[in-house]
Design a protein around this ligand. Structure first.
Ligand SMILES: *Cc1c(COP(=O)(O)O)cnc(C)c1O
Length: 381
């Protein structure tokens, strides 16, 4: 028996040697740790990780090794996992709607920060959570665009309601803070500007000095060749606008990126099951699998086609209709996908920038969805 190889040089090597039949997520710890360092070095405040975007334990462990000390959690299962893997990390329970039993779990695990966007949920927190040394963060929303889809559709108080909630938080003896989420894959830094200025107005109108301002997730990852995330410019804008808007009452800053941290650390390899009548490409993964997010957030164009021998297909790119493996007709990637015209059955279609909302939302619908995670030194194909 020989040694089994567990860390691969790059995706092409794995595809050539293993020729996998099922989808594979290639994970680069080096890329993930570099993303973490970019946030830790550049963001002017505390960097926490939104666990839901990719809750794989290797992701949590590598972020922790890189220096991430706080996590945005939304459920008892996420809280228990973080306590197990990172016992000393801060947990921010920022799902604004919780069952009483879930609040009890959080209190038992020592959670000291909760977000809220309604009077009824705030009343529950005041009843069930000891106020001492505990933060309640009021989440508000604005009608601002710039993100891939609207996060305000579900959560976030109006500015007026947020003002009244903030007063109640302070009067109940909790540490008052404010938060917002500008929407995921937010490529327009100015969305943050509008939110930060509105947060300062809410605090002023409530007559409350806030301890912290949590500027959310929403930081984009690299999905389109022509749209490279402007993280440093966004950090600089957040820092400057916070100073301008709050003046002497400047709060500490917190961010809670999901996608911005994990998105570029994974590359997905899918296999061409069939090229039907030279028109339709059928992959072994689709919208019920790791590609679940594409119809919601939009296509990724960082795509390459690789032969089973590991060679890049270099043909002219032509638009194709691409289907997933299930028998459901919605299992189709949005629009046309540009793919090399020498693509053949058995080739691999490889999507970069696939780390967020992929591993966690993959399902076993129709018996598909057997997803392998392979660790690579480099994601260069
Ligand atoms: C999902 C979520 C995030 C992470 O969002 P990204 O767009 O992935 O950065 C951050 N905060 C809260 C409250 C969330 O629900």
């Amino acid at each position: 028996m020989g040694l089994s190889k567990t860390i691969w040089t790059n995706p092409s090597e794995y595809l050539r040697v293993v020729t996998p039949e099922n989808p594979v997520m290639f994970f680069s710890p080096a890329v993930l740790q570099a993303s973490a360092r970019r946030f830790l070095d550049g963001f002017p405040g505390l960097v926490t990780y939104a666990v839901k975007s990719n809750p794989e334990e290797v992701v949590i462990e590598n972020l922790s090794a890189a220096g991430i000390r706080g996590f945005d959690v939304a459920s008892p299962a996420e809280m228990r996992m973080i306590r197990r893997l990172c016992p000393d990390a801060a947990m921010h329970y920022n799902n604004p709607v919780r069952a009483r039993s879930e609040i009890a779990v959080a209190v038992g695990l020592g959670v000291k920060s909760y977000s809220v966007d309604s009077a009824s949920e705030l009343a529950k927190l005041i009843e069930l959570v000891p106020a001492e040394n505990c933060e309640i963060t009021v989440r508000f929303k604005l009608p601002v665009s710039g993100a891939a889809y609207n996060f305000g559709a579900k959560f976030g108080a109006t500015v007026e309601l947020a003002t009244s909630l903030l007063k109640t938080v302070a009067a109940a003896g909790f540490i008052p803070s404010i938060t917002f989420h500008p929407g995921t894959q937010c490529t327009d830094p100015h969305a943050w500007e509008a939110y930060i200025r509105a947060a300062a107005q809410i605090a002023a109108d409530a007559g409350v000095t806030i301890a912290r301002l949590n500027v959310g997730g929403g930081f984009p990852n690299h999905r389109l060749h022509g749209v490279v995330p402007q993280l440093d410019a966004t950090f600089e804008l957040i820092d400057r606008v916070t100073g301008e808007a709050f003046g002497d009452d400047r709060p500490l800053l917190v961010c809670e990126p999901g996608r911005g941290l994990c998105g570029d650390a994974f590359t997905l390899a899918t296999r061409v099951k069939a090229l039907r009548d030279d028109a339709h490409v059928f992959l072994n993964d689709g919208v019920y699998g790791a590609l679940a997010e594409l119809p919601l957030v939009g296509v990724i164009d960082r795509i390459a086609v690789i032969s089973p021998e590991g060679a890049r297909r270099e043909g002219t790119e032509v638009p194709r209709i691409v289907f997933g493996p299930t028998c459901d007709s919605v299992d189709r990637l949005p629009g046309d996908v540009l793919l090399a015209d020498d693509l053949a059955e058995g080739d691999y279609v490889v999507f970069q920038g696939m780390g967020a909302y992929s591993c966690a939302t993959n399902t076993r619908f129709n018996g598909f969805g057997e997803l392998t995670i392979a660790t690579v030194l480099s994601l260069k194909l």
